[in-house]
Design a protein around this ligand. Structure first.
Ligand code: SLL
Length: 279
C-alpha cells in the first residue's frame, strides 16, 4: 500500500478536535513582602499563565498540532512567544488584562495553514457572588473556553493519523494522570477498540466511556434508549387525549341532534371554552 499522501484530500470527511484555551492568574505578594519573588517590577500585581491544551482523555493533540504562538502585550520583551512542544503555555507577571492572539500551527502532514484564536487574559475576579468567592478563596482567577478545530476533507496522511490507534498511546505513558486516564480509555483487553467491526477506520466514539472519556458508543446507545422510552410515554398520552376528544365530540353530536341548532351552538362555544382553559 502506498504511504498516505499529504497532498491528497479525503473527500466528504470532516474530523474535529477539541482544545481548551485558557488563562490562570494568581496574586503576587506585595512589594516589600519577603515572599515576593525577586526581579519583578513593583507595579506587577499578578502572575499569570495562558495556555492551549487538550481535554483530558482526548486523543493526542500532537498528532495534528505542531506549535503554538502567543502574541502577548507588546510592552513585554519578545511579545511573540513560540512553544514548539507541550506544554503550550506562557507564564508572565503583570498588572492588567489584555487580549492575546494565539496562532495554532498544524503538523506539516495536514497541509493546513495556521489558524488564529483570541483569548482575553482575565486577571480580576468575575462572575456571580459564588464564583467570586471561590476565586477569592483559591487565590486564582481562571478563564477557559472550549474551542473546536475542524479538519474538512483532511489530507490522507492527516486522516490516517486522526483515526489511528496510536493517537491514544500517550495515555499509557506513565505521566501525571496518564495511567488512570489510559485505563479509562481502554477496553478490557487494554486496547481502545475503535473503528467499525469490519476493521474499517473511523473517527467514531470509543465503545466504552469512563471518568475521563465522557462520550462513548455505550453512553450514546443508553441515551437513544432513554429517548425512545420517553417517546413511548408521550405517544401513549397522545392516544389517551385523542380518545377523550373523540368522546367529547360524540357527546356534542348527540347534543346537537337532541337540542337543535341554537342550543348546539351554545354547547359548542362552551366546549371550546373548556378546551382553551385546559391548555
Ligand atoms: C490595554 N489593558 O489593553 C490594557 C493594557 C497591559 C498590561 C494592559 C505589564 C506589561 C509589561 C502589564 O501588565 N501590562 O510589564 O510590559 O491597553
Amino acid at each position: 500500500m502506498p504511504a498516505p499522501a499529504a497532498n491528497k484530500r479525503v473527500k466528504s470527511k470532516r474530523i474535529s478536535r477539541n482544545i481548551i484555551i485558557g488563562s490562570e492568574a494568581y496574586n503576587l505578594p506585595p512589594p516589600g513582602d519577603p515572599s515576593r519573588p525577586k526581579g519583578i517590577p513593583d507595579d506587577h500585581t499578578k502572575r499569570w499563565t495562558v495556555y492551549v491544551r487538550q481535554p483530558e482523555g482526548d486523543p493526542d493533540i500532537r498528532v495534528w498540532l505542531n506549535k503554538v504562538q502567543f502574541k502577548i502585550f507588546n510592552t513585554y520583551e519578545n511579545p511573540l512567544r513560540t512553544c514548539e512542544n507541550p506544554p503550550f503555555e506562557v507564564t508572565e507577571t503583570g498588572w492588567g488584562g489584555f487580549s492575546i492572539d494565539i496562532r495554532l500551527h498544524f503538523q506539516p502532514i495536514s497541509g493546513e495553514k495556521a489558524q488564529y484564536r483570541q483569548h482575553f487574559l482575565q486577571l480580576e475576579k468575575y462572575g456571580d457572588e459564588k464564583m467570586q468567592a471561590k476565586q477569592e478563596s483559591e487565590g486564582c482567577v481562571r478563564s477557559e473556553f472550549l474551542e473546536v478545530v475542524q479538519f474538512n476533507e483532511p489530507t490522507e496522511a492527516l486522516f490516517e493519523a486522526l483515526t489511528s490507534e496510536d493517537q491514544w498511546n500517550y495515555l499509557s505513558m506513565p505521566t501525571k494522570g496518564g495511567k488512570k486516564a489510559a485505563m479509562m480509555a481502554m477496553g478490557p483487553d487494554g486496547k481502545p477498540r475503535r473503528g467499525y467491526p469490519n476493521g474499517e477506520r473511523s473517527a467514531q466514539l470509543p465503545e466504552r466511556g469512563g471518568d475521563t472519556v465522557p462520550f462513548s458508543q455505550e453512553q450514546e446507545a443508553a441515551l437513544i434508549q432513554f429517548i425512545k422510552e420517553k417517546i413511548g410515554v408521550v405517544e401513549k398520552e397522545l392516544e389517551e387525549e385523542s380518545k377523550k376528544r373523540e368522546e367529547t365530540e360524540g357527546m356534542l353530536k348527540e347534543l346537537r341532534a337532541e337540542l337543535g341548532h341554537e342550543a348546539a351552538q351554545q354547547a359548542a362555544q362552551q366546549a371550546s371554552g373548556d378546551r382553551s382553559r385546559r391548555r
